[in-house]
Structure formats: C-alpha cells, structure tokens
Design a protein around this ligand. Structure first.
Ligand code: NDP
Length: 369
C-alpha cells in the first residue's frame, strides 16, 4: 500500500461520519427505550449509586437483525464497513478527540460535588484531558462511560461481520476465518449476556472518563481487536485438524477461567455467603474472596482473558506477528492494570489485603507470576 493511498484512505469521508452518527444515534435511542434489567452500580464515596439498564444484548441482536434485513433488501452493503476501515478509524479517532475536549470543558465548568460529577484536577492540562476530570459524566441522561464501552464492543462485532462478508464475496473464507469469527462472536455475545458484570469492573468504578478510556473503547477495541480478521482477508494460514482442536481447547479454557472468575466475584459481592465451587467461600476480613478462582491467583480473570486473546490469534498461524498484536497488547495492559489495582486495593483494604496476598501469593499465573 503506497503512502499517498494510505493517507487518502485515512481522511474521514461524509459516508464514514454518517455511519458513525447513525450507529451512535441508534445506540442512544434503543439503549434508552428497550427493556433491560436495571442494575445498581457500586456505592460511590458520597453514598450515591448509579443505575445501569442492561439491554445491550437486545440492542445488538436487533441491530444485527436490522442490518441483515437491510443487506438482504439491498438497502445497505454488508461490506460497507470493511470497505471503509481506515476512513472509519480516523472518523472515530477524530470523534473521540473532540468528545474528550467537550468532556474536559464540561468537567472544568462543573460545580457539582457529588462523586459522579465532581471535577478532579491535577493542574496538568494533558493529564486531566487524558485521564478525565469526572467519574461518570452524562449526556441527555445517558451514562457516557457505559455507552462508549457498549459501542466499542458492538463496533468490534460489526467490523468482524463486515470482514466476513468481504471474505465471502471474495470466496476466501477459510477454517482460520471461521474459527476467528466464531470465537469473537461467542466472546462478544457472552459480554452482553453478562453485561451487568461490567458495572463492577475497574473501568466503571475507578477510572474517570478521559481520552484514554474514550479512545480505548471507541477506537482501540473495535479496530485493533479485529486485526486478525483484516489480516486473514489478505493472508492464508493452513490449519491442521489437530491445530483446530488445540485452538478450541485454548478458547474453552480461557472462557471457563475468565467467565468463572468474574462470575464468582460478582456473586460474592452480592451475597458473601454464596457457595463457591459448591463450598462455603473462604473470606478474608469479611470483604475479600479467597477461594475458587480468587484463591488460585489474585487476578485469575486476567489469565482467562489472556488465553481468550491468544485463541483469537492462533487461527492465523505463526507466520506473522501482526495477528498477535491483541494478546501482546493485552498482556502489557493487564500487567500494568493489575499493578494499579493492587495499589488501589492495598490502600482500600489495608491489612486485609496484606493477609490476602500472603494467602494467595500469585498475581495472575500460579507458580509463574
Ligand atoms: P477486576 O474485575 O478484577 O476488578 C478488580 C476489583 O475487584 C478490585 O479493585 C476490587 O474492587 C475487587 N477485588 C479484587 N480482588 C478481590 C477479591 N479477592 N475479592 C473480592 N473483590 C476483589 O478487574 P477489571 O475491572 O480490571 O477487569 C474485569 C474484566 O475485564 C477482567 O476479566 C479483565 O480481563 C477484563 N478486561 C479486558 C480488557 C480488554 O481489553 N480485553 C481490558 C480490561 C479488562 P472493590 O474495591 O470493589 O472490592
């Protein structure tokens, strides 16, 4: 690809802006009107808590259904996204940049002292814009943090489906493409089935909404997690049956650990007496779960996620490092995040955390890290 073509493809077109605007408008409207379980978020410092309407699965299924009908009736092209990958990437980047400038300005002007909207300043403009000023900014009653992560996860699936449509049109569908698509569909659907678990994650409870999070949700998740799919459009990987089975095994193990650990923590937070692996939970200081996956390593959920990430890349074989971008990035991110989370927990739980660390010495991978 020559540089001129690349630069031209990166200029956001009106078409890409229209696709993005329609997608956000759809999400805002259906997110507000479709039924869904209303889940209370964690209790914030001032004693307040937000409520999240978890209707992401219904919104997604309806969207895919509508797009499918639109494509069948020739109103829209199923390859509309895959044909405009770079344009959409830059349009989304520009949107993220602009929206975080607005968030910065709104945060500066806010005089609200509630935990959700209270402005946090360091005095360093770049740092405040990057990490955000407010914890849970809203727009027209929509919680933006929850909205953006939902948009990112759905965007990833839409990109993948469009890449699959391109592959079908080009008659290049391979075992690798099918495996990659299948794993991602299962992972994304699972995310929305358990969308309520998101409400107790680090991003939602601890991270303010700045460029880092908005860019991560809207640009990074959909456009870099789908690199394997894009790569398979122009590259081939021959997979033996044994490789396919091994790949499915890595996915399954990753899924069991990832979902199992996140589920155990979520259940424990709701009911600290609930059975874990069929036994009464081991609890430290009445606050921390130290059995089940949380007795194996202090962030077993990260291990599961890393195995899943690896399983999304293995279908591409080992001829190129490009499809391994996602697991490598995730490894770095989760090690960094685990360190930050540990520091936060040490501060919050004090000697209870120290006791937990003594009892469960492994951070992510038992006997290794
Ligand atoms: P966790 O879900 O692990 O949440 C950490 C919080 O859980 C801690 O701050 C603490 O919060 C609580 N906690 C920690 N240990 C215990 C314990 N033993 N018992 C009870 N509570 C405990 O972290 P994340 O929010 O970072 O991750 C959630 C999921 O999202 C993970 O599976 C992760 O892999 C995934 N993820 C994926 C990313 C991707 O790009 N694919 C990026 C980031 C995350 P409290 O103060 O409430 O007790």
């Amino acid at each position: 690809m020559d540089l001129g073509f690349l630069l031209h493809a990166l200029i956001p077109s009106w078409n890409s802006v229209a696709i993005l605007a329609t997608f956000f408008a759809y999400l805002a409207i259906v997110g507000s009107i479709l039924p869904g379980k209303v889940v209370p978020g964690v209790i914030l410092q001032d004693g307040s808590r937000l409520h999240y309407r978890c209707n992401g699965l219904l919104s997604l299924l309806m969207l895919v259904g509508l797009l499918g009908i639109g494509a069948k009736m020739d109103y829209i092209s199923p390859t509309a996204i895959s044909d405009r990958g770079l344009e959409l990437l830059s349009a989304t980047f520009v949107f993220s940049f602009l929206v975080t400038l607005v968030l910065y300005a709104a945060g500066c002007k806010s005089s609200n002292q509630g935990s959700s909207l209270k402005p946090h300043f360091t005095g360093n403009l770049i740092q405040d814009w990057w990490f955000g000023i407010q914890l849970n900014p809203q727009f027209l009653g929509i919680d933006l943090k929850f909205f953006f992560v939902r948009a990112g996860m759905m965007g990833w699936l839409l990109i993948n489906l469009s890449v699959l449509a391109r592959s079908i049109q080009d008659a290049t569908v391979s075992r690798s493409m099918i495996l990659y698509q299948l794993f991602c569909v299962l992972y994304i659907l699972d995310y929305f089935v358990y969308e309520e678990y998101m409400t107790s994650t680090w991003d939602i409870i601890a991270e303010r909404l700045g460029f880092m999070l908005v860019f991560g949700d809207l640009v990074w998740i959909p456009f870099t997690f789908s690199i394997q799919g894009w790569w398979l459009l122009s590259n081939k990987a021959e997979l033996t049956t044994a490789a396919v089975i091994a790949n499915c095994f890595v996915f399954l193990m990753g899924y069991l650990v990832f979902r199992g650990a996140n589920k155990q923590k979520h259940i424990f937070k709701k009911n600290p007496k609930a059975l874990i692996w069929g036994m009464p939970p081991k609890v430290i200081g009445g606050k921390l779960l130290a059995s089940g996956f949380w007795g194996v390593a202090r962030h077993c959920n990260y291990l599961g996620d890393l195995l899943l990430a690896l399983s999304f890349s293995l279908p591409c074989g080992i001829s190129s490092p490009i499809p391994y971008f996602y697991p490598i990035y995730l490894l770095i991110l989760l090690i960094w995040r685990e360190r930050r989370d540990e520091a936060r927990c040490a501060l919050k739980y004090k000697e209870v955390w120290a006791e937990y660390c003594k009892l469960v010495p492994w951070r992510i991978l038992p006997y290794f890290y």
